[in-house]
Write a protein that binds this ligand. Sequence first.
Ligand SMILES: [Zn+2]
Length: 271
Amino acid sequence: MPEGPEIRRAADKLQEAIVGQPLRAVEFAFARLKHFEDELCASTITEVETRGKAMLTHFANGLSVYSHNQLYGRWYVIKAGRTANTRRSLRFAVRGESREVLLYSASDIEVLDDIGIATHPFLQKLGPDVLSTTLSEARTQQQLRDRRFQRRRLADVLLDQAFFAGIGNYLRSEILFQARLLPTRKLGELRNDEQNDLARAILLICRRAYQHGGVTNDLQRAAELKAAGLSFGQRRHAVFQRGAQACYLCQSIIEHAELNRRVFWCPSCQR
Ligand SMILES: [Zn+2]
């Protein structure tokens, strides 16, 4: 399942293709949304925003299309008039003069105004977005001290979108390795310095993954592994999906277990 950085990169692509373009057609597959088609088509797209794993396509007329891809949804950007090479079913299409953006397979699509966004049950529950450019280290630390989450294991709480929006399974393992914390530790047990390490790791790893195509490994190390001929999958992460291989820092064997989903850690570097 794509995580925050993958959704944000998809949004960047859509934004580049369609923002400000005159529109030829807006289409929904669902009958309940069809009455919005003409009004949206007469408008233009101003921004493609992400909140965690949800996307908001904002139109100049004040309406926004909310979409959540869940496991199956997929966006395509194609030249106008071409067809996407897929057998999936088309759910939402914005056809511009030169390019078209098409959402396939997703079922979670709604049209919302500002009040609808402010009161949306999923959006309302989201914690701070790890890819928001305005998320500060201080705000991140504040969230780590929020009482609601103190009794939870790090492995569990990091996947909770109400804690931080946009963290998924690979980011969880990589953040905990960067912070040198074991996945079984409880949030409320962390010392102040450990809390600060975790706050910094959340921001560093999520932003690195966004800026470097999903790479969470140390960038210098990833470059050396690339030069040594390792594939993208082999050099991408420090611990995630590296079970039974040696830790890059201490040579201990990376362990893994099912904690909610599969989590990976170094038994020596992480405490
Ligand atoms: Zn290690």
